[in-house]
Design a protein around this ligand. Structure first.
Ligand SMILES: *Cc1c(COP(=O)(O)O)cnc(C)c1O
Length: 424
């Protein structure tokens, strides 16, 4: 670490640390932090984890749950588990997610494949439900998998991608959507929270604009679910997908959830019709008959082990409520921005996320030409943010597992690493 002798620096350090500790002391969610593995148990050398928006931490409850599952659920029940519980698990967990974080009635949400595969299935279903329309609207800064999948669907179906030029330090506005949608638009695909800038899109306004043009909208909720309150039913959302290994702590590769509004389920037919999407799974008849309801969006055998852990985070959020999660998320990102302004701005760093908390999700991106090297150095120092091209360092702040002091330590380490690299 750099030797700091400048008295103004020391004053800053003390003030910010005192502020962080005071915020932790009065944080109503502070107690949730110790429910995560690797925190205060001596098992982890991580000083500050700032990447829960890419891979959330495991909960202690999930360690118990998975262990019990291996011994009792799988080890003892064996194949009987399918009839007893597992066949319904994609829908019981889907409904719990719907209740707790999506603002959605039962019967519309399910645990499916990876986000990428689910995005393909549901986007294909949506464009096929708008025959004769030739365009899919997507923004240039949407997550790569979203853009690549849509490019593939466009080629497969003879459609055209209509690009919205997104500001990489903000995101897509209702006005931009209004400019490009029209009678040719089959589907609009956007992210609720932009993965790069953290910009929070106006879902109800954009959905209304697309509907007025006769188009469907697919919302990617990967970076908002479990961090930003959602009201999918009230907002009139058609179709949505979201990650479960980010703010829902489902573990690496845990399967995504999908949402298809109840009144669209008869109309939206997905392309990977497997035995698990059939009306009667064990009839095994000569011809495919789709199930009614959300089961029609499954394909093959559900990933049961992968969907265990997310239940524990959903249960925690059911306990404290999404409003409390969002309030802490805003307080954490405000604190990170204040530290950035004070410590990093003089070093040439800029904030590449919205300053208006109303338009910001759960992470803050800070830009500097040296951020790739800074991130590598921080990982060596057990401080874990992530890097996104061209020069953004993302500070991801998971409200249930991140403390203000951890945020303080993280931003202080960014400052020190940047100082060490630029003074070399
Ligand atoms: C994380 C993320 C994904 C990841 O998709 P996978 O299929 O799970 O790899 C997709 N879209 C967005 C917007 C994401 O943030």
């Amino acid at each position: 670490m750099t030797d700091r002798t400048d008295p103004t620096d020391l004053a800053d350090l003390t003030d910010h640390l005192a502020a962080a500790r005071a915020a932790d002391a009065s944080d109503p969610l502070a107690g949730y932090r110790t429910r995560f593995a690797g925190i205060d148990d001596g098992s982890s050398d991580v000083v500050a984890y700032l990447d829960g928006n890419s891979l959330g931490r495991p909960t202690r409850a999930s360690i118990d749950r998975i262990q019990r599952f291996l011994v009792e659920g799988w080890g003892n029940r064996l194949i009987r588990g399918w009839d007893e519980e597992w066949m319904e698990l994609p829908f019981t967990i889907g409904d719990a997610i719907a209740d707790t974080v999506l603002g959605a009635a039962h019967g519309q949400t399910f645990i499916g494949d990876s986000t990428t595969v689910l995005l393909y299935k549901l986007a294909r279903a949506a464009v096929d439900a708008r025959p004769g329309r030739t365009e899919i609207v997507v923004d240039t800064d949407n997550f790569p998998t979203d853009r690549y999948v849509l490019d593939g669907i466009a080629r497969e179906r003879g459609l055209t991608l209509r690009w919205i030029q997104a500001d990489t330090e903000a995101g897509v506005t209702p006005e931009q959507v209004a400019e490009v949608v029209g009678p040719e638009t089959a589907l609009v695909v956007l992210s609720h929270v932009a993965y790069r800038s953290g910009f929070l899109a106006d879902v109800p306004a954009i959905t209304r604009i697309a509907h007025d043009a006769g188009a469907l909208v697919l919302w990617d909720l990967c970076h908002s679910v479990g961090s930003v309150p959602l009201e999918l039913d009230a907002w009139g959302v058609d179709v949505a997908v979201g990650c479960t290994y980010k703010y829902l702590n489902g573990g690496p590769g845990s399967p995504a959830f999908g949402y298809v509004r109840a009144d669209l389920q008869g109309e939206l037919t997905q392309p990977i019709q497997g035995w698990m999407s059939a009306a009667d799974v064990f009839l095994m008849g000569p011809e495919f008959q789709p199930a009614t309801g959300a089961r029609r969006y499954l394909s093959g055998t559900p990933a049961i082990v992968g969907m265990l852990a997310m239940q524990d985070t959903v249960a925690m959020i059911a306990e404290c409520g999404m409003d409390a999660v969002r309030a802490k998320s805003i307080a954490l990102t405000e604190f990170a921005i204040a530290l950035t302004d004070d410590w990093l701005r003089p070093l040439g760093v800029t904030v590449a996320s919205p300053r208006d908390a109303e338009r910001r999700g759960g992470h803050v991106t800070v830009n500097h030409p040296a951020m790739r090297e800074v991130t590598a150095l921080l990982w060596e120092r057990d401080v874990i943010p992530d890097f996104r091209d061209p020069n953004g360092l993302r500070i991801g702040l998971s409200p249930l597992s991140t403390s203000f002091e951890e945020t303080y330590l993280g931003v202080a380490a960014i400052r020190d690493a940047l100082g060490d690299l630029t003074n070399e």
